[in-house]
Design a protein around this ligand. Sequence first.
Ligand SMILES: [Zn+2]
Length: 165
Amino acid sequence: MNPEPKAKATTPSGARRAPSRTHPVSATLFRQVYDSPGSLPGATAWVTSDADVRKLEVLLALPEHTIGAPLWVSGDRRDCPSCGRQVSWLDIVASALQGIHDKALISKVILGDQRFVNVEIPDGIAGVVCFSCGGAIEGIRSFKCHNWAYAHGDIARLVLAAGGA
Ligand SMILES: [Zn+2]
């Protein structure tokens, strides 16, 4: 049902980044992380607009309306400082496709059944650029969907104690 991606990395963090930060977890543990207030740090949290979700599907070569679950973003400001575009998963994924991750891997995270938790402390997501103007986006603290979330503090320790999968 879920063929292994061709990529060498076995986790969405990719082999060239520290893979130990990303842990496959059980649905139960994932729910705890997802529901914790700490999962969306920063001044504000918002959901990727429908228009951006449709563009994201095009970018990932997925059929329209494949992505149904809300794609959350959080941080200290919502908009691109250069052009005012509201930042979303589209900017984050388009930036990641520049080198860190491949399309199949990202699609697997968004659409697959396996839940992943990233335990790096989300002071900021590095390397995000604006989808519209290419300007640097700083201050995005985390993002989450029904399969992917960030954890830090006590919840992260819980994930680490579970030992991944
Ligand atoms: Zn911009």
